[in-house]
Design a protein around this ligand. Sequence first.
Ligand code: NDP
Length: 302
Amino acid sequence: MTASVPAAKVIDGKAFAAGLRARIADAVPAFSAATGRAPGLAVVLVGDDPASAVYVGSKGKATVAAGMESFEHRLPATATQDEVEALLAKLNADEAVDGILLQLPLPGHLDEQAAVATIDPDKDVDGLTPVSAGRLALGIAGMVPCTPYGCLLLLQDRLGDLSGKDAIVVGRSILVGKPMGQLLLGANCTVTMAHSRTKDLPGLVRRADIVVAAVGRAEMVKGDWIKPGAIVIDVGINRLPPAEGEAKGRLVGDVAYAEAADVADAITPVPGGVGPMTIACLLRNTLVAAHRRAGLADPEGF
Ligand code: NDP
């Protein structure tokens, strides 16, 4: 799929994430030597949604591969709000746990926001509690949602200083778009936040040096929306209907990849762009949370 795009234009998130994970694994022994224990990440899965079970499994494996402790907790789909919150409270109080991730979505009868809000903000490695969102908005050190943080790292790796860049974020979800906008603002970009009510989206995208697409609509952002030389970060993961003879449809992003790559300076592919950064940043957040909880300085270079 990426064959027609010159390698120099492809932002290889898979390779970047592998490097980040290796650096995290290298930093773990110093933490363990200082504290007598490895950083610990607890993942809570409620119900038996197969996709969520796969995500939880890969997070657990990546945690162990980085030399950290992984604690997996499963509750039945029938769990009550009180049971979920009681488990989260127990993990808040557990000294061996530095990070808590509540796998979303929760079964429909549960109140997600209320459950997330019970997580100790200092252990909120998904960056989704109201306190984490507030800290991000205020520019106070805290936990930042993993996917947008991964996008920021890819952008900084490609561009260095982002100061003064014109950036557009298409999508304003709590998980991706809003924190992405805050991070870009924090990096001194001039940020436009676009969403489903935005007028003249193509015109706004054409002005941007940096385009982050987090919409969930297959190939919506077209090549002729992209300013020549822009950097395009495609967060979207969409499965197309299967073509004839295919068992499963292809995965594509929110950007029409080949035509955007023709115009852009660089672009993330789907898959292999932003996706792999999410778990790597979860491990990064766990490492950072562990240092802060132990009263140590943040690890260098993360
Ligand atoms: P949401 O559905 O929560 O948000 C989508 C956003 O896109 C909304 O703000 C919506 O606007 C906006 N939008 C919808 N249609 C349009 C349109 N026609 N023009 C402009 N804006 C539009 O999605 P998420 O943020 O959770 O996810 C976005 C994509 O990123 C999905 O494909 C998801 O699978 C992927 N994703 C990938 C991750 C990764 O690890 N790579 C992690 C998380 C998500 P409005 O608010 O007005 O409704």
